[in-house]
Ligand binder design. Structure first.
Ligand SMILES: Cc1cc2nc3c(=O)[nH]c(=O)nc-3n(C[C@H](O)[C@H](O)[C@H](O)COP(=O)(O)OP(=O)(O)OC[C@H]3O[C@@H](n4cnc5c(N)ncnc54)[C@H](O)[C@@H]3O)c2cc1C
Length: 430
């Protein structure tokens, strides 16, 4: 009998686990809540420490996933209920109303061209608008359109123009049931909302942005097509400042743990800023530099020595804006001398805490597994079995297990695929 696995979350960890299992001959169902698989890696411009183009690594994996005969991708969907019956997991998956049949849509975009409804484009971190009927990004898998019902005005222009009758504006959504032998959790990360720390002015000052917004600005497919400008006046900044640990490593606001990738992604973005605008000053205000991966320290040294990035060990208290110029300034204490220094800059990038998917607690309850106080899935034996959850047959990998970068998420995904294979074979022989 065909053995099958459900992977919840179609980011790079879920994609890698699915590809490995599919190659081993298992049928894999990927349940992804967004309109496309891809996760956060789809938003990135380059990756540290090699500065490889993110999409060049990740698009071939997405295509392989979409074409693999053993992989069934179920996007715009969520797990609703799970029962264990004679060893199998019987999973009810809610496919949300998307108004477009993904098996029929040919991605021609005629619907998008006639759509009058507009909404903020979440893929571009809300920095630009998109139509109410949209494809999340050019390389989306599946490469189909979805109706955002909150922005849809109900004119049905899309339905009339669709050449293959893929659109049904009255789509009610549906439940499907799947029997699987094991489940992998790969629900990844979300970002901390920095407007909670009111002193930094995010949401009030146009030139205070987040690191993910910066990724979309630096990316050739992003909101400014790779042109690094200030949002207040569209000028190229001459001085750019990164603040590390915004909402992380804090006992006061946010989360006490280290998000693990921010020192490196700030360094990467700092180098990219220099490559876009060579005469710009770049300063990074850090707590301590956590460059613990292979070649990471050399990457930071190169940023300092070759690119002239200026690392300053301190945490500023409050950012103020000059309303005339849109420039930003703050006082900080030089921790080595105790001197107070006034820092003026034209653009501030907040490297926010990275947190597990906010749906994890509800999903954990549905699945009968545990999450910790922050929402990471709990491993009962973190040393000897770091990829197991508190329930037999349910495994975890990627950022939903603990903060980590892409190579570590991929390594864990391959590890979990191997464990799931062994688990299924063991169950079959019992
Ligand atoms: C600004 C920034 C820059 C970064 N730069 C780099 C870099 O240069 N190099 C590097 O190695 N790392 C970088 N990272 C870290 C990298 O993004 C993560 O390591 C990687 O995305 C983790 O992959 P993942 O699959 O575990 O999670 P994700 O990429 O978050 O994917 C999780 C997927 O699960 C889906 N999902 C969530 N909840 C559910 C649910 N309940 N049901 C169904 N689906 C669900 C999500 O929609 C998503 O598609 C960066 C991170 C940030 C924020």
């Amino acid at each position: 009998m065909e053995k099958s696995v459900m992977v919840i979350g179609g980011g790079i960890a879920g994609i890698q686990a699915s590809l490995d299992l599919a190659e081993q001959g298992y049928k894999v169902h990927i349940v992804e809540k967004a309109a496309s698989i891809g996760g956060k890696m789809a938003l990135l411009d380059k990756t540290f420490p090699t500065m490889d183009c993110a999409v060049c690594i990740f698009a071939p994996k997405m295509i392989e996933t979409s074409r693999h005969h053993n992989i069934n991708i179920i996007t715009y969907s969520e797990v609703k209920a799970v029962k264990r019956e004679s060893g199998d997991f019987k999973v009810t998956v809610w496919i949300k109303p998307r108004g477009v049949d993904p098996d029929v849509c040919i991605g021609c975009s005629q619907c998008n061209q006639v759509c009058p409804g507009k909404a903020l484009d979440q893929f571009n971190e809300n920095l630009m608008e998109r139509k109410a009927i949209y494809r999340p990004f050019a390389q989306a898998v599946p490469n189909v359109f979805t109706i955002d019902y909150e922005a849809c005005i109900g004119c049905r222009a899309c339905e009339r123009v669709c050449p293959v009758n893929a659109i049904n504006v009255d789509d009610p959504g549906k439940d499907i049931e799947l029997n699987v032998d094991a489940i992998i959790l790969a629900t990844g990360l979300e970002t901390f909302d920095p407007s909670i720390i009111t002193e930094y002015g995010y949401g009030r000052f146009k030139n205070v942005i987040t690191a993910l917004e910066m990724e979309r600005m630096l990316s050739a497919t992003g909101c400014t097509k790779g042109d690094l400008i200030r949002l207040s006046d569209e000028k190229h900044p001459k001085d750019v400042t990164f603040l590390h640990c915004v909402g992380s490593r804090s006992m006061k606001e946010g989360y006490p743990y280290c998000s693990s990738v921010c020192c490196m992604h700030a360094t990467k973005e700092g180098i990219l800023v220099k490559e876009h605008i060579p005469d710009v000053n770049v300063s990074l205000f850090y707590t301590d530099i956590r460059a613990f991966g292979k070649e990471f320290r050399a990457f930071v040294n190169r940023a300092q020595d070759e690119y002239g990035l200026n690392y300053i060990r301190t945490k500023p208290a409050e950012i103020r804006e000059d309303p005339e110029t849109g420039n930003l300034h703050f006082w900080y204490e030089e921790t080595l001398t105790g001197n107070m220094v006034l820092h003026e800059t034209e653009l501030v990038i907040l490297c926010t805490a990275l947190v597990p998917s906010r749906d994890n607690a509800a999903l954990a309850e549905t699945l009968g597994v545990e999450v910790d106080e922050y929402g990471f899935f709990v491993k009962p034996d973190p040393i000897a079995a770091p990829l197991s959850t508190s329930r037999e047959g349910i495994y975890v990998c990627g950022f939903s297990q603990s903060p980590k970068d892409i190579p570590d998420a991929i390594a864990e995904a391959s590890g979990v695929a191997s464990m799931v294979g062994s688990f299924i074979e063991k169950e079959a022989t019992q």
